[in-house]
Design a binder for this molecule. Structure first.
Ligand SMILES: [Ca+2]
Length: 243
């Protein structure tokens, strides 16, 4: 059946997003998909101007981000902003499926050294260390060429190739604050994030990163202004300190 999703999501709790849903029309094949859409519309939060603070080192504090649509990916773009004073390795974005660890992973090995994984294969992008400054990091990947491109604070750090021809699995746990070694768990306290993360955006296509300026809020899978999430452990939401 072909259904207009925004019609399904009309509810007293639903706000402007649902009425102006960018989801458009979509062929609904499963009831679960339908329920997920409506749950999404009912339980999202506008995080505009806000950040998640991970105030302490732990293996228990994290935020699970629920995508608007669960789909396998042959292209994607991920942007986020973060501040930390950690000098040890830490995870910024961890996307695991039941069958694959590090299906998508953005990980900082040390100051200025960004590791990006697709399908548990990784490449490294190196930036001049700029300690104790907030970062705006964006990365995109396309299966057809395998090319991944990473930009830091609006500047490219080059392009590298990984997992050409690969398809990223749809059923994922997407976690910020911890690095998964299993589906939604097996966290290592020595890889946890301590600091603040905000403005996470995730698209199912390649967004030209030179066109992304400060306002990258249009993610069609994860969108900071219409965010659905589950919070666990000691995580605090506060107005963001940086743009
Ligand atoms: Ca892992």
């Amino acid at each position: 059946m072909l259904i207009h999703l925004q019609e399904l999501c009309v509810h007293p709790c639903a706000n402007i997003f649902c009425q102006e849903a960018t989801l458009g029309t979509k062929r609904i094949s499963q009831t679960t998909e339908l329920i997920e859409c409506c749950l999404y519309c009912l339980f999202f939060t506008d995080m505009k101007g806000k950040a998640f603070i991970f105030p302490q080192e732990s293996a228990t504090a994290y935020v699970s981000l629920i995508p608007k649509v669960r789909k396998s990916l042959q292209t994607f773009t991920l942007c986020l902003k973060a501040f930390t004073d950690l000098t040890r390795p830490y995870s910024l974005f961890s996307y695991n499926t039941k069958t694959k660890d590090n299906e998508i992973l953005l990980f900082v090995q040390k100051m200025g050294e960004y590791m990006f994984y697709v399908g548990n294969s990784g490449v490294t992008f190196k930036a001049p260390p700029n300690p104790y400054a907030p970062i705006h990091v964006c990365v995109n990947w396309e299966s057809a060429s395998g090319i991944a491109e990473l930009w830091l604070d609006g500047k490219p750090l080059g392009r590298k190739g990984l997992k050409k021809g690969y398809t990223v699995g749809a059923e994922a746990k997407i976690i910020i604050g911890q690095e998964q070694d299993s589906f939604g768990g097996h966290f290592d306290v020595k890889q946890c994030f301590v600091g603040e993360i905000w403005d996470v955006s995730f698209w199912d296509h390649v967004v030209p990163l030179k066109e992304i300026d400060d306002g990258c809020y249009s993610g069609n899978l994860i969108n900071w202004h219409t965010l659905t999430f589950e919070q666990n452990g000691y995580v605090v939401t506060k107005p963001k300190l940086w743009a």
